[in-house]
Each structure stands twice: as structure tokens, then as C-alpha cells.
Design a protein around this ligand. Structure first.
Ligand SMILES: Cc1cc2nc3c(=O)[nH]c(=O)nc-3n(C[C@H](O)[C@H](O)[C@H](O)COP(=O)(O)OP(=O)(O)OC[C@H]3O[C@@H](n4cnc5c(N)ncnc54)[C@H](O)[C@@H]3O)c2cc1C
Length: 323
């Protein structure tokens, strides 16, 4: 069995790596300090087709596989977790969820725009009083003829302040737990829909995070995503997709930390030589490298094919960091 990346996967990695090194790494710290959502860079990502990588060609994407999807998330995460978050929500939580649960009309209406980065999406599950226990949500959707009237608040919603469309989860029967949750596709210009940006987060500060306010927000029944009362399945399916790119992004963040540690170990002199020359520092760096590689392989389901490979990585890091 061959666990190597294909040429295509490697060339996508190289492209995103170059983009990240040039457009993201030098500025990410400043964006974080200033809470600046780097809209200009997001536009460049759109132009390069980054958002469409793992979307089927028939919906305007690149048609690449899920390993390539993880590679994109990893490389973005190496440069900036906030931008990786924007990518995860746009593709894993929104576009792929519409592809999995939407009807053809909904797929055609939203997915090509999301893949091209011409429109942005967000996913509204969490509320001020409902997080891990999502089934306890209070947002309601009351039927009124062919329409549903949505009322409630969604909290900590990534991309919400920039998004053109939101997947909103609401209860059609507030006393029925997860069984009566329904998912709706709500366009930002729907009367009764508004957002309020959240500031001063401890992390992911360059990510746009907002509250969504639904005040008698009237949506047509054609906006139901999936089946009425089966929205909890939609919510959980989306989170499964999301976890994949979050995990890949974390591998990237760890890789970024390793790159910085290696650089520092070569520059910092102690006891007459760069600390990279000290055995204990070499061991710490080698441990990091092994764990990151294991994480990368776990994310991609790319399980390493031999004990030797681990040894090669381990030994070569002892050697390479010093050279
Ligand atoms: C930057 C950011 C972006 C986000 N983006 C989105 C988004 O795009 N869309 C969206 O819908 N949500 C989003 N969220 C919300 C996120 O999904 C929630 O924060 C998460 O579900 C946890 O909910 P909570 O914050 O209410 O914490 P709680 O559910 O109140 O949990 C608080 C703590 O209690 C622990 N805990 C909870 N239940 C149990 C239990 N039964 N046993 C033991 N421990 C428990 C948790 O692990 C946690 O440590 C975002 C949050 C952040 C911070």
C-alpha cells in the first residue's frame, strides 16, 4: 500500500505553502493584535480557487479529494488559525452541508458562489445559553402559511459579520428537544436578520465572530435545508465535516510552532554554540516533529506504513536541525 501524497496533492500543498509564506505568515501576528479580518487576503484566496478545492467540479470547485482539503486547511493553519477558521466554516460547515442535505436548487443557488469565494457563509448553532448541549437551543421557527418566523439569538458565529447566507438551526416545537430542530438557509438581507460583531476574543482574533439576531425573521419554506424536524442531523453532520479541517489546521499550527522553534534553536547561542547543537534541545525538536507527523497522518487517514519511517523522521530531525 502506498501512503505517499500524489503529485497532485503535493502540487496543491506547494501552491498553498507559497501563498501562506508570502501573504499570511508575515502579517498574521499583526492581524491578531489589531483584530483585523484580512479581507484583501480572503479575496486573493478566492481568486486562487482555494475555497473551491474540495468542491465537486459540477458546482464550480476544483474537484480535489478530502486529503487535499486537509492539506489546504493545514497550510492555512500553519500561517493563521483565523483564516483557517474562515475556510473551515465556508467549506466544511456550509458548502459541504448544503451539498449533503440541500436540494438541487439550493446547491445551485449557493455552492458555486461559496466555492468561488463570491459569497460567504456561516453556521449558526450555538446560542448564549446553549453550546455543548445544542439540543437545548431556544431559537424558534413558527409556521405562518408558506413561511416560518424565526426568533432567537445565535452566539459566537464565525464569519457571521461577513456572510451572505447563514445556516440557522431553530425549533419548530420548542418542547421537543433535538427531534424538532430544523435547519434553514437564511440570506443576510432577509428582514429581521441582523448581526453584531464580537470583539476582544482571547484567540482567533483575526477571525470574524459575530452574534446573529433573529427578530421575527420571515423565511420561505423553500429555505428549509434537509427535512423539517431533522435539522439536528444536519447540524451534527456539518460538525463532523468541520472537525476534519479543524484537526488539519491544528497540525498546521503545530508545524508553524516547530518551524519557529527550529529557527530559534539555530539562532540562540548558549555555552558557545547554537542551542540546536545541544542534545536535549535536539530531542525536544525531534519529539515535536514525530508528534506532528503522526497527527498529520492521523488526520489524512494516511497511516504510516512502517516503523522505519518513524525512525527515519526521528533520526533525520536530529541531524537536520543542526545542519
Ligand atoms: C472563536 C469561536 C468561534 C465559534 N464559531 C462558531 C460557529 O461558527 N458556529 C457555532 O454554532 N458556534 C460557534 N462557536 C461556539 C462553540 O461551538 C461553542 O463555544 C461550543 O459549542 C461550546 O459551547 P459553550 O461555549 O456554550 O460552552 P459550554 O457548553 O457551556 O461548555 C463550557 C465548558 O463545560 C464543559 N462541558 C460542557 N458539557 C459538559 C458535560 N456534560 N460534562 C463535562 N463537561 C462539560 C465544556 O467542555 C467546556 O469546557 C464558536 C466559539 C468560538 C469561541
Amino acid at each position: 500500500m502506498n501512503f505517499d501524497y500524489t503529485e497532485e496533492q503535493q502540487s496543491v500543498r506547494k501552491m498553498i505553502q507559497d501563498f501562506t509564506d508570502k501573504e499570511i505568515v508575515p502579517f498574521a501576528g499583526q492581524w491578531d493584535k489589531e483584530e483585523k479580518f484580512p479581507w484583501d487576503v480572503v479575496k486573493k484566496m478566492s481568486q486562487l480557487g482555494i475555497f473551491g478545492t474540495a468542491i465537486p467540479e459540477e458546482y464550480g470547485g476544483g474537484g480535489f479529494d478530502n486529503i487535499t482539503h486537509a492539506i489546504v486547511a493545514e497550510e492555512l493553519g500553519r500561517g493563521c488559525s483565523s483564516l483557517r477558521g474562515c475556510y473551515s466554516v465556508q467549506i466544511s460547515l456550509v458548502a459541504k452541508t448544503i451539498l449533503a442535505f440541500g436540494n438541487e436548487e439550493q446547491k445551485q443557488k449557493y455552492v458555486p458562489g461559496l466555492a468561488a469565494g463570491k459569497i460567504f457563509g456561516c453556521y449558526g448553532l450555538t446560542e448564549p445559553d446553549s453550546g455543548s448541549d445544542a439540543a437545548s437551543m431556544k431559537t424558534t421557527a413558527v409556521q405562518d402559511g408558506d413561511y416560518y418566523i424565526l426568533n432567537g439569538n445565535k452566539m459566537w458565529i464565525t464569519n457571521a459579520g461577513k456572510a451572505d447566507v447563514a445556516i440557522i438551526f431553530a425549533k419548530t416545537d420548542k418542547d421537543a428537544g433535538a427531534r424538532r430542530v430544523t435547519a434553514f438557509l437564511v440570506d443576510k438581507d432577509t428582514p429581521g436578520y441582523s448581526t453584531k460583531d464580537i470583539h476582544d476574543k482571547l484567540g482567533l482574533r483575526a477571525s470574524n465572530t459575530a452574534e446573529i439576531i433573529l427578530d421575527n425573521c420571515r423565511v420561505h419554506k423553500s429555505a428549509i435545508l434537509g427535512e423539517i424536524g431533522k435539522g439536528f442531523r444536519v447540524a451534527m453532520g456539518a460538525l463532523d465535516n468541520g472537525r476534519y479541517t479543524v484537526a488539519a489546521g491544528c497540525v498546521g499550527a503545530a508545524q508553524g510552532a516547530l518551524d519557529a522553534a527550529k529557527q530559534y534553536a539555530k539562532e540562540r547561542i548558549q555555552f558557545g554554540k547554537p542551542i540546536a547543537g545541544h542534545q536535549l534541545v535536539q530531542q525536544m525538536i525531534a519529539d515535536m516533529a514525530v508528534e506532528i507527523e503522526a497527527g498529520r497522518l492521523l488526520v489524512s487517514n494516511h497511516l504510516i506504513n512502517s516503523y522505519e519511517s518513524f525512525n527515519i523522521i526521528f533520526v533525520s530531525y536530529y541531524i537536520n536541525v543542526w545542519n
